[in-house]
Design a protein around this ligand. Structure first.
Ligand SMILES: Nc1nc2c(ncn2[C@@H]2O[C@H](COP(=O)(O)OP(=O)(O)OP(=O)(O)O)[C@@H](O)[C@H]2O)c(=O)[nH]1
Ligand SMILES: [Mg+2]
Length: 344
């Protein structure tokens, strides 16, 4: 069960300092962990400040040897069902498993992993597991930032297996790749041209491919698709030259092939560590994120500048009535921005 930190629990919410919350997280208090994730998801300035203080406190404290695994694939491919059986597999071996979702659609659907929790019923009750529903109402950048911070917070709380489910197609896969150590792509048994249904770029993100639902009457089809995916992937070079992307067959529903999948993740991390890529990839991910955040923030500031936004509105009308070329409008806008912020 959770540890209860008396100094943390005895204080009312408003009196809890960032240090109280951070200490409670380290002691394994799930409530404090959830509270810190909620703070990380907040757009309120005062909450952002507390969230940053917690993060800073934990940055000095946390020593972890976690594995961040992204699980991706088309809607309905069986990601949540796999996370239930894979998560249980890890949790039963004594690992602490955290499940997070990257859900850019959550502002519309209000957190679809909540629905998925029903597919993770047993895992949700396991003492070694923590499932965090996706936050609703965040912007794309907000989802990215909150998920990254949630990963860190879970690791500080001692979770060493982080399973990240991508929800929806497109943006969430890229985001997951930008914050995971291993990217697992799930595909369905089907003809070789199934690969066309998945964006080529997404296949190229994969470190491990698994043909899911390889059970019952789909088994034969799965064997054939595994073969054709292996052929297709043999033409492609993984960023780690020594790594050949494995294609395995699994069934999340019947817990088949889960050992094999865990072994592949383990092997991939070993190779990645041997090549010195594991840590350097995490550092690169953090630096890329820092750069991206600056771009977003600068963009937002410029966009919200009344001189720019007024001009932008006028320019939109020029596009609607067809009186000016977009090319020249962009040029004029660029000049205006340089005029306001200095031409460097
Ligand atoms: N036969 C079979 N069915 C499966 C398997 N895994 C999942 N399913 C079924 O496929 C459907 C979708 O499963 P989910 O786990 O919700 O799939 P998902 O990828 O998380 O779906 P989204 O979150 O909506 O993108 C459910 O009806 C599952 O019972 C499997 O290994 N074998
Ligand atoms: Mg799901």
């Amino acid at each position: 069960m959770d540890h209860i930190n008396p100094s943390y629990r005895s204080k009312s919410r408003t009196k809890q300092s960032a240090t109280d919350i951070a200490k409670a997280i380290i002691e394994g208090d799930r409530f404090a962990l959830s509270q810190a994730i909620t703070l990380a998801e907040s757009t309120e300035l005062s909450k952002k400040i507390i969230s940053s203080e917690i993060a800073d406190y934990l940055a000095h404290q946390s020593t972890n040897t976690s594995t961040r695994i992204a699980i991706s694939g088309s809607p309905g491919v069986g990601k949540s069902t796999l996370i239930e059986s894979w998560g249980l597999h890890y949790a039963n071996k004594g690992n602490k498993v955290a499940v997070l979702a990257i859900d850019p659609s959550s502002s519309v659907t209000h957190g679809s992993i909540l629905g998925d929790k029903t597919r993770m019923e047993e895992l949700g009750q396991h003492p070694n597991a923590y499932i965090r529903p996706s936050a609703a109402g965040l912007t794309l950048g907000g989802v990215h930032a909150a998920t990254r911070e949630s990963i860190r917070l879970c690791e500080s709380a001692g979770y060493n297996i982080i399973l990240i489910e991508t929800v929806g197609v497109g943006q969430s896969e890229t985001m997951a790749a930008e914050m995971s150590d291993v990217f697992v792509l799930l595909l369905l048994p089907g003809a070789g041209d199934e690969i066309q249904g998945i964006k080529r770029g997404i296949v190229e993100l994969a470190d491990i491919v698994a043909i899911n639902k390889a059970d019952e009457d789909r088994l034969q089809l799965a064997i054939e698709s595994a073969k054709s995916y292996r052929n297709a992937l043999s033409l492609y070079h993984h960023p780690i030259i020594e790594w050949r992307v494995p294609v395995s067959m699994i069934s999340g529903l019947q817990s088949l092939g889960i050992d094999d999948l865990s072994n592949q993740v383990h092997k991939f991390c070993l190779v990645s560590k041997e090549k010195g890529r594991f840590t350097s990839k995490r550092i690169k991910q953090d630096i890329d994120w820092l750069n991206k955040s600056v771009e977003q923030e600068v963009g937002r500031l410029i966009y919200n500048n009344p001189k720019v936004s007024d001009q932008l509105e006028k320019f939109k009308n020029h596009i609607i009535d067809g009186t000016r070329s977009t090319h020249s409008l962009i040029h004029e806008l660029r000049l205006l921005i340089h005029q306001i912020y200095g031409n460097q």
